[in-house]
Design a protein around this ligand. Structure first.
Ligand code: SF4
Length: 373
């Protein structure tokens, strides 16, 4: 539900202050949103993304530059492939949608490609919603090239730009993801397909919000089209990907995010994440927001090196992985775990403590020494 106007304006002002004067907001893309949803316990990431902070610049200013993101070469290659897929009014792309998802429909010999230009993300979102409605009523094939969608994330709107959305003659909508990794003999790297499916799930959720405002609500398809280069060529090929599971998980995780305004309210007066501030001030501001570091952050968040250093310095068991953390129950630091294993602390009836003591005994037996307790 959108915030009342005054509350929404006050929150936007507060987020702009956190970002820093004159610092433009970094749009949250589906990749970032999928990563945010994958770690809903991290308030640090939630507030930084919600305020549109450029985390790459922030990580460098903190002295822990990220090794995360696509190279310029990969970006250029990806853009060239996408332009090829969408050439000639998207003829190749629409043919693939017809072949892989909707064979019973008439072939897409003619298709509309509406102009979606408008001022600002809000304007582009409204223009996209209008184009979707008109295309649904037209009962033909329509290709929306880089539409803009909005999704409420922890009480703050995130603007998202899928590669394309196709409206079918039956009025249903399909999300299209165009990637530059190859599809060899009809299948691609499962990890990359999984990441693409999580991004597509975010777009599907945003499209469902647009569809819900129309009467009758069009069907947003839960099989998306993943378009990739075929084998080692530059020719496009595609496969339909069922994203129902990713959609359900992402929707559930997004509802678990703490509201951005609630996190903002807990920050100290004057906290600011502008990358041109002295490193000590930035560190204090970042450390004032609780994080939930796990090794998975290394492949998903620009601040991973900074958070990992802090997590290790604090002896937090999450730096060993979420599964280890889950096994250890209420023991949150390595020091507590070792003390429990030595019998110096911890409730012996706690299953985690009992398991640690047993493990310490077995280790001592194996090494031929006496356990401490
Ligand atoms: S790296 Fe830090 S800020 Fe990013 S998700 Fe992990 S804990 Fe949160």
């Amino acid at each position: 539900m959108p915030l009342p106007r005054t509350r929404g304006t006050a929150l936007r002002q507060r987020l702009a202050e956190l970002r820093g004067p004159e610092v433009p907001a970094k749009a949250l893309d589906a990749r970032a949103l999928a990563a945010l949803a994958a770690n809903p316990g991290c308030k640090r990431r939630a507030i930084l993304d919600g305020a549109g902070v450029n985390k790459t610049a922030l990580a460098s200013a903190l002295g822990a530059p990220s090794a995360f993101g696509q190279s310029q070469f990969a970006l250029t290659r990806g853009n060239a492939f996408e332009a090829k897929v969408k050439a000639d009014g998207g003829a190749a792309l629409l043919r693939l949608v017809h072949e892989r998802l909707d064979r019973s429909a008439e072939p897409p010999t003619e298709a509309q490609v509406p102009d979606l230009t408008a001022i600002g993300p809000e304007g582009r979102t409204a223009r996209t919603a209008l184009a979707l409605r008109e295309a649904t009523e037209a009962q033909g094939w329509t290709l929306l090239d880089h539409p803009m969608l909005a999704l409420d994330v922890a009480g703050s709107p995130a603007f998202l730009e899928p590669d394309a959305v196709v409206v079918h003659p039956d009025g249903s909508w399909t999300v299209v993801e165009i990637k530059s990794f190859p599809m060899l003999d009809g299948s691609a790297d499962p990890a990359k397909v999984g990441a693409a499916a999580r991004q597509a799930a975010v777009y599907v959720l945003a499209l469902e919000e647009v569809a819900a405002r129309l009467e009758p609500a069009p069907r947003v398809r839960h099989r998306v089209l993943l378009v990739c280069p075929k084998d080692f060529s530059n020719l496009p090929t595609a496969s339909a990907v069922d994203i129902r599971k990713q959609r359900a998980v992402t929707a559930r995780q997004l509802t678990r995010l703490t509201r951005i305004e609630d996190i903002a309210d807990t920050l100290p007066e004057g906290a600011c994440f502008a990358p041109d501030l002295p490193a000590a001030d930035l560190t204090a501001a970042v450390e004032s927001v609780p994080a939930a570091y796990a090794p998975e952050c290394l492949s998903a968040c620009e601040l991973a090196f900074h958070c990992r250093d802090r997590s290790r310095a604090d002896g937090a068991v999450t730096s060993l992985g979420r599964s280890v953390r889950a096994e250890l129950g209420g023991l949150t630091t390595v020091e507590e775990v070792l003390a429990a294993a030595r019998g110096e602390a911890g409730d012996p009836d706690d299953p985690a403590v009992a398991a640690l003591r047993r493990a310490a005994e077995l280790r001592a037996e194996a090494l031929g020494v006496t356990a401490c307790h």
